[in-house]
Design a protein around this ligand. Sequence first.
Ligand SMILES: NC(=O)c1ccc[n+]([C@@H]2O[C@H](COP(=O)([O-])OP(=O)(O)OC[C@H]3O[C@@H](n4cnc5c(N)ncnc54)[C@H](OP(=O)(O)O)[C@@H]3O)[C@@H](O)[C@H]2O)c1
Length: 298
Amino acid sequence: MKRVLVIGSKGRLGATLVAAWAGKYSVASISRGDFDLLRFDVLEKLLLETDAEWVVNASGLTSLEACEEDPQLAYLTNKEAVGIMASACKKTGKRLIHFSTDYVFDGEKGAAYGEEDPAFPLGTYGKSKLEGERLVLASEGKHFVFRVSWVFGIGRPAFPDAVIRNALESENVRAVTDKWSSPTSAEDIAGWVSAVIEKNGTGGLYHLSNSGACSWLEYAECTLESAKRAGIPVKTTAPQGISLSELGTLSAPRPKNSVLATDKFFSGFPVRNRSWQDALDEYVVKHVKRAVSKITAR
Ligand SMILES: NC(=O)c1ccc[n+]([C@@H]2O[C@H](COP(=O)([O-])OP(=O)(O)OC[C@H]3O[C@@H](n4cnc5c(N)ncnc54)[C@H](OP(=O)(O)O)[C@@H]3O)[C@@H](O)[C@H]2O)c1
């Protein structure tokens, strides 16, 4: 059995990776409860000493607003800690899989972004993530960087969970019309990354998302339709469209279009992709419905 260490194992993606790989790999995990990743000496020692063959970094300072409020923390977490991971793994011949983001792009391209497109992040989150991924790729450790977008998964509530929670309480659900990307299932990411581990490829930068793209409004509509079909008692399936500027609650800059082109990955690895709608529908039925019935049964 291959030995895999997941860093950031209590986050949205990390928790899903740990759950999906239990029994398939010998999985060790690290979360904030074990130690703060900014204790770089502890981090480096652990990575030099672990017997894991693959190290998967799903940690990060992922709140865009938190990154703007504390840029130093953003760079320490999203760049410096990642640099330590890349060099310690390189020194000991371990393979690093690191996750980055569609928010490295400025959103001005009128089409999906490929891996070769120049990255011009708008805010501190995207800038710090871009510097982190560059350190991984520059370390020549045969490491992988996967840029993912709009991830939903079991570790922590995401957009679909928030939309359903709002629609359980009120008929007035609002969602943004002028921002587009591709919702992506963390469970699907676990399957795709598994194929990478099995194939033992040479490393590099790849874009990964479910297929298709949508606005936040379409994402909300599809979520609420799935919820209704699953028997979740939402009060509306027709959210009201508003513009990003009207929303007013998100202060950090965000790209309008950050759809990722994923042909490089899906033509290179023996895995299938599926539409974001199918992946979302499964998530709502499997996870959100169960969470909602626990709340309503109390
Ligand atoms: N979610 C998305 O839509 C999305 C989109 C594009 C890219 N990504 C990338 O995918 C990866 C996973 O994202 P996610 O949504 O799963 O993020 P998440 O839910 O925020 O999880 C990140 C984890 O990292 C941990 N962490 C952060 N700083 C730490 C520190 N100093 N010491 C120890 N642990 C620390 C967090 O712990 P605490 O909770 O205790 O802080 C959290 O458990 C990230 O690299 C992110 O940039 C995510």
